[in-house]
Design a protein around this ligand. Structure first.
Ligand code: BZD
Length: 837
């Protein structure tokens, strides 16, 4: 044994106090951080100061794991997953980090001893809303599960200065407010001024011969900006593994254009600066691409270029020659938003690292995998060739060359089938020529997956039929999942405690399949009673919050019937509204015998330019105004709109729901993940056979799921044989009277025109077949009411939903990616011994 080194023991002593997990250490560090970072005493600290001190105290402990992980990954040359996503809908960090560090209780007690309430501190956090909806939230769940599953990973994305807008409801309409989430500082990120890359736009390309006489290309961009890295540590649950989320901020390359400055053009110099920074300014609030938005293409190229350059830098620094790049990294494309990475990696290898086309393509193609999240034709991303050429002339040449070689392959395989060549081309011809990003992603990837079984089958049978015929082995399914740490342990601590108590352990948090052990207790009267009490308490919490936030009183004894998701016609929030109107009419007509008291609760944002979606929000609030103020009906039904549905507010909603509405037209929702979050919290689902609903129903048992509506195939058949919605309107008297009631102006202070665009669309076009599924939906809701009246039965069904939901943990999804798609293995980080003091 060597003699102890005095400096070393001093270091570890210091570290023990700064990163220790005991209550005493937390308390001390909290006060230190309050003083040294916020510059406050306990007595004068604002709630925000307290939050910042708590966040820094937690961050110190994360960093310890993170630095250790980084060291191990670096020295062991571990194969690493790079998740490329334009969106990360992270939600608040603090509560989840406390859970993953295993120090929630210690933090709570430390707070109490200082006279502080942890829950109040948690409420202070402003969430980073760097995503629109399911796709962005999936990326966030995956980052957490990657760490939990101990898979070395880097998440790459954009550090938007303004995330998804905050939604306010004014006079029943959605009003968008800017999300200035960085205003008060972000304690979770670490700026990396030394990790900067230049990104070019525009200009021209030049050919030249290199030293060996080979012809090469050089791109001379007209504009160059910088991307700077901001890192956020993402810790796993019950492990010392922590991964890195690296988000890029756009900056001008120098803070001043001195030339312009010296010639007196001060404004011009500053303007160039501002222009560069615009690129990472704001998240596009559409959950479908909007054609032709130049800034969006710039954003995509910006983050993809920084990320690819960073991966190359890391490879050269750790492993060495780029030949082995695809052995070190696998890059997952989260939809087509980062698909430009295929062309960018080719450019970097060809032009900057002077590799041959063949070798560059071999590396590129082995590096990428692509996840598709939508089949909706209007949501598939394409870029006009002329815009692309103006912004990325070199990439256009590369895309053309990829296409030329690819189409040769198609022609070889399918001789004379020019129609197929035309369909598969990366360039859509006829009309304005456009680049099909989905085709680029498929051609440039070695694996392609859908996000639920049904969706993955439809991907092969419809969208990518030709590709699946050419490369059947390339297509996979990985059904989505969500993290039980955030959506159970953090969102619903009472339920988590009850599960732990009933199962006799908390191993289910890491291995969600083990919630199945609840099944053995499903007939235990004590459990049923406790289960109901937990749900009841969550409903009370939500009712209290809603009263304050939306001014609506909800009765926790009523059935909480919730639809929370982005507003989209295909998700059919208007079908739900028709149901409410039917209930209203029945009560008014004295036919309430089949009903149970219900609170209809909605949450969700509409894209600011999506008129119809915003009109549906207005309709919900308009119906709510009438219903909630009519004493004849408001003992039976209430309508509430949760303003600003985001991750934080979602966490209030999932635990309180009795019924989860998953009522999209079959074949349209790729997967859905809200469906999983509700079910995990003991809500029963009313749903169509769409997306992951199909698998949820299989898992929880058909008898514990309220199914209605056409199948995807039936919907398609009906569409093809000529769907005539007005026939449903004419032949179903109740349906007609519900729509007519909207048109009567009852919900719009006598204005008979306000909702006409919506009702006319339903009666004459109804692209998502609301009217065709209306009757089946109402019938199914009747069964829901009957079942709810049988409280023990409902409670039992609720328990079975939770007990059988294990498959929908994002840990399972990540393990499937790791094994079947990425071919990566976990790398365990051994916590340094002294850290557990
Ligand atoms: O992705 C969603 C799908 O609609 C869901 O069915 C699915 O569960 C999730 C996760 O796989 N898609 C999105 O959320 N899409 C977007 O948010 C989006 C954002 C920008 C541009 C295009 C789409």
């Amino acid at each position: 044994m060597s003699t102890p080194n005095p400096t070393e023991s001093l270091d570890s002593e210091r570290e023990r106090t700064r990163t220790g997990l005991s209550k005493a250490a937390l308390k001390q560090d909290f006060l230190d951080n309050l003083f040294y970072i916020q510059g406050r005493f306990r007595e004068v600290a604002t709630p925000h100061d307290l939050y910042m001190a708590a966040a820094f105290t937690t961050r110190d402990r994360l960093l310890k794991h993170w630095v250790e992980s980084a060291q191990v990954f670096k020295t062991s040359h571990a194969r690493t997953v790079c998740y490329l996503s334009a969106e990360y809908l992270l939600g608040p960090h603090l509560a989840c980090n406390l859970v993953n560090l295993g120090i929630t209780e210690a933090a709570r007690e430390a707070g109490e001893e200082l006279g502080l309430d942890l829950d109040a501190i948690l409420e202070e956090e402003e969430e980073p809303g760097l995503g629109n909806g399911g796709l962005g939230r999936l990326a966030a769940c995956f980052m957490e599960s990657l760490s939990t599953c101990r898979i070395p990973a880097i998440g790459y994305g954009i550090r938007y200065e303004f995330g998804i807008f905050d939604q306010a409801i004014e006079d029943g309409w959605q009003v968008e407010k800017t999300d200035n989430w960085l205003r008060n500082g972000n304690p979770w990120e670490i700026p990396r001024p030394k990790i900067r890359f230049s990104v070019g736009y525009g200009g021209y390309t030049e050919s030249y011969r290199d030293d060996t006489g080979r012809s090469r290309v050089c791109w001379r961009p007209a504009q160059v900006i910088n991307g700077m890295a901001y890192d956020t540590p993402i810790l796993g649950y019950g492990t010392a593994n922590a991964n890195l989320l690296r988000l890029w901020k756009a900056e001008a390359p120098t803070s001043f254009d001195f030339q312009a400055f010296n010639t007196g053009d001060y404004y011009g110099a500053v303007y160039a600066n501002i222009q560069a920074e615009t690129i990472s300014k704001v998240l596009y609030p559409n959950d479908e691409p909007e054609a032709g938005k130049e800034l969006r293409l710039k954003q995509q190229y910006f983050f993809v270029s920084c990320s690819m350059q960073d991966m190359i830098r890391l490879h050269l620094n750790t492993v060495g020659p780029l030949e082995s790049f695809a052995d070190k990294f696998v890059a997952q494309l989260n939809d087509t938003h980062p698909a430009l990475a295929v062309a960018e990696l080719m450019r970097l290898l060809l032009d900057e690292h002077v590799m041959s086309w063949e070798q560059s393509w071999d590396i590129t193609h082995r590096t990428f995998c692509y996840t598709n999240h939508t089949l909706l034709p209007e949501a598939l991303e394409t870029w006009s060739v002329s815009l692309f050429e103006r912004l990325l002339p070199r990439h256009l040449e590369i895309v053309y060359e990829i296409n030329r070689r690819f189409l040769d392959e198609v022609r070889m395989r399918f001789l004379g089938d020019e129609a197929r060549v035309w369909r598969m081309s990366l360039i859509a011809e006829g009309g304005e020529r456009r680049i099909r990003m989905a085709n680029l992603a498929v051609v440039g990837s070695r694996a392609v997956n859908g996000v639920a079984e049904l969706h993955s089958e439809l991907v092969k049978a419809t969208l990518f039929k030709d590709f699946a015929e050419l490369w059947p082995e390339r297509f996979h399914n990985v059904t989505n999942g969500v993290t039980p740490r955030r959506f159970m342990v953090v969102a619903n601590p009472r339920l988590a405690q009850l599960i732990t108590k009933t199962c006799g352990h908390d191993d289910w948090i890491l291995d969600l399949e083990r919630v199945r052990e609840l099944e053995a207790h499903v007939d235990d009267a004590g459990l049923l009673e406790d289960w109901r009490a937990v749900k009841r308490a969550a409903k009370q919490d939500l009712a209290t919050w809603m009263q304050q936030a939306a001014g609506v009183r909800l009765d926790p004894e009523s059935l909480f019937d919730v639809q929370a998701k982005r507003f989209h016609e295909y998700k059919r929030q208007h079908l739900k509204v028709l149901h409410i109107i039917r209930c209203y009419q029945r009560i008014k007509q004295g036919q309430s015998q089949d009903l149970v008291p219900r609170a209809f609760i909605f949450g969700g944002k509409a894209a600011p330019g999506y008129f119809m979606a915003k009109l549906i929000i207005k309709l919900i609030n308009a119906v709510g105004e009438v219903v909630n103020n009519d004493p004849q009906v408001n003992g039976w039904i209430r309508v509430a709109f949760m303003p600003d549905f985001n991750v934080k507010n979602g966490q209030r909603l999932y635990p309180a729901a009795d019924l989860s509405e998953q009522i999209s037209l079959a074949g349209k929702e790729a997967s859905g993940t809200g469906n999983m979050k509700f079910s995990m919290n003991g809500a029963l689902t009313i749903g169509t056979l769409d997306g992951a609903n199909v698998e949820i129903r299989e898992a929880v048992g058909a008898e514990n799921f309220f199914l209605f509506g056409m199948t995807a195939e039936e919907a398609l058949q009906r569409q093809m044989s000529g769907y005539r919605p007005w026939e449903f309107y004419q032949s179903d008297a109740e349906l007609k009277s519900d729509i007519d009631l909207i048109n009567s102006g009852l919900f719009s202070h006598g204005d008979t025109q306000l909702f006409r665009p919506l009702t006319d669309n339903l009666v004459n076009h109804d692209p998502f077949m609301v009217l065709a599924d209306y009757r089946a939906y109402l019938d199914c809701q009747k069964t829901v009411s009957e079942t709810y009246r049988d409280t023990p039965r409902w409670t039992r069904m609720s328990i079975l939903n939770v007990a059988r939901i294990g498959r929908f943990s994002s840990d399972r999804a990540i393990r499937e990616y790791a094994e079947h798609i990425w071919k990566v293995t976990p790398k365990r980080i051994e916590p340094a011994h002294h850290s557990q003091s």
